[in-house]
Design a binder for this molecule. Structure first.
Ligand code: ACO
Length: 385
């Protein structure tokens, strides 16, 4: 029977079309968000991201993603209370953050702390909305605690009078967050909260499909987000702008990078074959947040798009979400190496919504592979090799 199954799988593998990187393959059904890469459109549960970006808060969007509808005043107040109540780290997680080796990368700290959070919070069984709320509430705490400890400062107590985003800024800096910074960061968190079947969300769904727990699925998602082809591009985009330095240097720098086979961070996308709609929103926000930095970034963007079209004709490489995220996050005072972890502060809402959706109607995700190795080698015992 096992042999028959293997043969059936092999046969299927040889007849199923293979797409490198699963490009264009539908891997799940979801009602959470949709990306129309040709039109440059992103919707969360039916609502266009352009309508949500400046008119909603992160808490409203988390409610939309988890519960399937935008909250009423009462529902929003209830969720805000729940998030506030969950703003506490188990002692064991705090101790682990205190003991991290000097120079620990923030995404490694986040991954380690979320794994420990799952253990100390005894997160087991079928994923639940309560677990999703508790973990989402803890992400800003983990990062702010890590940031203060590495600066030699004691972590601050969360403030019950501040919302999710304002509290994150306060815990990071110890200062009263400015209204315009809260608004800008909140809009960023709204726009980054979900993005259909991106690599980290797919990873989370694969883990959830094995009937593993919510914390494990989120740890796996963090691991996928960390890579520079995904969320890791946020700080790399900023480093690219710093390396270019000034507008005069932009064209030679871009040409030299592409000539040596390098990639321009913050450009290109698997799904979007036009400008990422989030990049359009972030561009406008960056324009107001930091006009000087914006003018330079805009020049780099224009040159990058035109040189990419010249050197990689027909690839349709445009600005993605990470390019102007870098300018915006810098303008609100987020340290550069916390850009990608801050992306995770937003995306944990989407990851957990997808984990819940997967768990609610689960089938194990287990694709095939096209085998390209040898098939009939004669076995040689160890002593005769
Ligand atoms: N700079 C230079 N060339 C690029 C870039 C780029 N940013 N992006 C794609 N290309 C080129 C590739 O070299 C390739 O050229 P070739 O056909 O001559 O070999 C072609 O475009 C297609 O590239 P792929 O890697 O096959 O395209 P894919 O759809 O898999 O890539 C990706 C998407 C990984 C995002 C890519 O565009 C990239 O590496 N961008 C830079 C990193 C980045 O900004 N990542 C953030 C993405 S958004 C997010 O995840 C939040």
């Amino acid at each position: 029977m096992a042999e028959q199954r293997t043969l059936a799988s092999d046969e299927a593998a040889s007849t199923t079309p293979r797409k490198a990187g699963l490009e264009g393959i539908v891997a799940a059904t979801t009602a959470i968000s949709n990306v129309d890469g040709q039109a440059g459109r992103l919707v969360y549960r039916g609502y266009d991201i352009h309508d949500l970006a400046h008119s909603t808060t992160f808490e409203e969007i988390a409610h939309l993603l988890w519960f399937g509808h935008l909250p009423t005043h009462t529902e929003l107040a209830q969720l805000q209370d729940n998030l506030r109540e969950q703003r506490r780290l188990p002692e064991g997680v705090l101790n682990i953050l205190r003991d991290l080796p000097p120079g620990t990368a923030p995404m490694d700290a986040l991954r380690t702390a979320v794994s420990a959070w799952g253990m100390y919070s005894n997160v087991q069984g079928k994923p639940s909305i309560e677990q999703a709320i508790a973990l989402t509430a803890c992400f800003p705490l983990i990062l702010a605690t890590f940031q203060r400890l590495r600066l030699g400062l004691e972590p601050l107590e969360p403030r019950a009078d501040l919302g999710h985003t304002a509290n994150y800024l306060y815990l990071l800096t110890g200062q009263e967050p400015k209204a315009e910074h809260i608004k800008a960061l909140d809009a960023y968190l709204v726009m980054l909260a979900d993005h259909s079947m991106n690599a980290s969300t797919f990873t989370a769904r694969v883990v959830a499909s094995t009937a593993s727990d919510l914390a494990s699925a989120v740890v796996a998602a963090i691991c996928a987000l960390k890579g520079p082809l995904h969320g890791g591009a946020a700080d790399k985009s900023y480093e690219m702008l710093m390396a270019i330095g000034n507008a005069e240097n932009a064209e030679p720098w871009i040409r030299a990078t592409l000539a040596s086979g390098g990639r321009l961070m913050g450009f290109g996308h698997r799904a979007y074959k036009t400008t990422d709609p989030r990049a359009e929103e972030l561009r406008e926000m960056a324009r107001h947040a930091d006009p000087t930095e914006f003018a330079f970034a805009r020049r780099v963007e224009e040159l990058a798009i035109s040189i990419l079209e010249e050197i990689k004709p027909g690839r349709r490489l445009y600005t993605n979400v990470d390019f102007y995220s870098a300018v915006l996050l810098n303008s609100v005072g987020i340290p550069v190496d916390l850009f990608t972890p801050t992306f995770a502060v937003a995306r944990v809402a989407g990851w957990t919504a997808h984990i819940l959706e997967q768990a609610a109607n689960n089938r194990l995700i287990r694709p095939l592979a096209e085998y390209t190795g040898a098939t009939s080698l004669p076995f040689v015992p160890l002593d005769e090799r």
